[in-house]
Design a protein around this ligand. Structure first.
Ligand code: AMP
Length: 529
């Protein structure tokens, strides 16, 4: 197998995202992209070319033109990734949606992004049909393709939903839609601090440049086997893990989800892994996770939430590996990384990636702050998104005149140039690596009969990093209980946003400006878990 082309300056400079990434695929098309499939299938780069072409053809047949959105709330599968690549080939804007979102949440995304096609799991089709219809999206279904013994490929495909059934007749070659640097390739919705979710519009160049920068920075090659246990509806699992692997022509050991048993079994054959801090704390907690298990590993990468310095040290003690922590977000892809060669510092997210400018500034004036002072982290570079979908004012507010994006994170740069994230200017909880905006949860709790007001905060949790906790002020005669509040939210918001505990109080602590003092509440409930 030949090595990747990541040093060749010309390769991948034009075309749609798929064309750019495929310029770095291994020269031997028989090389596997998916290694070790449990059903015994072998999935080569040639299959990737064929199947992504089939999906591109299906999308065009369904009326998708370049620039149209294709939304998907589907289980993690190989075919889900091929749909993403097929959408790129058709010049579409891919919109992945968290599988935990409820129909009410999905309705908002579809109304806002107005996709031409919305793909959901076959079992959700009946509850999502009306939502898709009212947003003018064509509903298609896709589950996991898993032929059972004796079943034909055709029957298995039909059982796995309408898209795969269509795929049986679709040609496996496709005339790629041309796309320019600034054309959109994806929309990623971040939750909204003021209630409305915002779609971060990412261009072909945003995604491609970041994949190339990371593949080079982390020394990915065609020999790498990345253990992939992340979800693929998020920047981490889709744009970092998958695009980096494709940009290096490497392969994926692709697990449906993270569970310690499968990861411990699989790690001996992997060379790299990317995870949220929760993955690493869970591994450390398991006695089967030993040096022997990681004998072929080259690098462990962490991000999406703060990795405690204590976890970093415990991990090194157990495995001899220093976790490489990086920092990024939906709007920007990755901004900084600890060095691959050199000191990977616990509690730090490292240096700006090549091509990116990362500043720590005074949040009010935008003035550059000296080393050692905490300020607002602001970033500029080819990785930084094009703006929030349909929200020109929000977009304008989020950028400085210099073109730097105001991340909402607070940080400090030390004398050696290492950035550390010390907090957030934005009211955000990160639970198990997923973002929860308190405002969204508070608005729903406040609508419950008997509630005067509520405050939602994140408190330390041994497994999730932070857990969502609600503090509710009830009316005098209200018949409220923790169960009533939790039960009410179950059908309205995804599980990761639902409070794990609900407490009741006579009033909320406020400062002289009337602002709820969330820090006091976080301190008060800090020992809940
Ligand atoms: P998302 O858009 O879901 O990827 O969330 C992005 C947010 O996650 C950032 O704005 C940070 O607040 C947080 N984040 C990402 N990586 C790190 C990290 N390594 N350390 C601390 N916070 C992080």
């Amino acid at each position: 197998m030949s090595g990747p082309n990541i040093d060749s300056p010309k390769a991948g400079q034009s075309g749609n995202l798929f064309q750019r990434l495929s310029a770095h695929f291994p020269s031997d098309p028989a090389s596997a992209l998916f290694a070790e499939l449990s059903d015994g299938r072998r999935y080569s780069y040639k299959d990737v070319l064929d199947v992504s072409a089939r999906f591109a053809n299906i999308l065009v047949e369904l009326g998708v033109a370049p620039g149209d959105r294709v939304a998907a709330q589907i289980p993690k599968s190989i075919e889900a990734l091929m749909l993403y690549l097929g959408a790129q080939r058709a010049g579409a804007v891919f919109l992945p949606l968290n599988t935990a979102y409820t129909p009410t949440e999905i309705a908002y995304f579809l109304e806002d992004a107005t996709p031409r096609v919305f793909v959901c799991a076959p079992e959700s089709a009946s509850e999502l049909a009306a939502v898709a219809a009212s947003a003018g999206a064509r509903l298609e279904t896709m589950g996991v393709y898993a032929p059972s013994a004796g079943e034909t490929e055709g029957d298995a495909a039909k059982r796995a939903g309408s898209l795969l059934a269509r795929g049986l007749a679709a040609p496996s070659d496709f005339n790629d839609a041309p796309r320019e640097d600034d054309d959109l390739a994806a929309l990623l919705y971040t939750s909204g601090t003021t209630g409305r979710s915002k779609g971060a519009a990412l261009s072909v160049r945003n995604l491609y440049s970041n994949a190339m920068a990371l593949a080079a920075e982390w020394r990915f090659t065609a020999e790498d086997r990345l253990l992939h246990a992340l979800p693929i509806y998020h920047v981490h699992g889709l744009f970092v893990a998958v695009n980096v692997t494709l940009a290096a022509g490497g392969s994926l050991i692709y697990l449906p989800k993270f569970d310690v048993d499968s990861v411990v079994k699989t790690l001996p054959r992997a060379t790299a892994m990317m995870g949220v801090p929760t993955f690493y704390t869970r591994l450390i907690d398991d006695p089967r996770f030993t040096r022997d298990v990681v004998r072929n590993m080259r690098v462990f990468i962490s991000g999406s939430a703060p990795l405690l310095a204590e976890t970093h040290r415990a991990f090194e003690q157990r495995t001899g590996h220093r976790i490489l922590e990086r920092y990024g977000m939906s709007e920007t892809g990755m901004n900084t990384s600890n060095p691959y060669v050199g000191d990977r510092r616990a509690g730090s997210v490292g240096f700006a990636l090549p091509g990116a400018s990362v500043l720590v500034v005074d949040p009010k004036t935008g003035e550059h702050l000296p080393v050692g002072e905490v300020g607002s982290i602001e970033v500029r570079g080819p990785n930084v998104f094009q703006g929030y979908w349909g929200m020109p004012e929000k977009t304008a507010e989020s950028f400085r005149k210099s073109g730097h994006f105001i991340t909402g994170d607070l940080g400090v740069i030390d004398a050696d140039g290492y950035l550390s994230i010390v907090g957030r200017d934005k009211d955000l909880i990160i639970s198990g690596g997923l973002n929860v905006y308190p405002k969204e949860v508070e608005s729903l709790i406040d609508m419950l009969p008997g509630v005067v007001e509520s405050a939602v905060v994140g408190v330390p949790h041994p497994d999730f990093g932070e857990a969502v906790v609600a503090i509710v002020v009830p009316k005098a005669d209200a018949e409220l209980s923790e169960t009533v509040v939790i039960e009410d939210l179950k059908s309205k918001i995804a599980k990761f946003k639902q409070p794990k505990r609900v407490f009741f109080a006579d009033s909320l602590p406020r400062n002289s400006m009337g602002k709820v003092q969330k820090k006091n509440l976080r301190d008060l409930y800090a020992k809940t878990f």
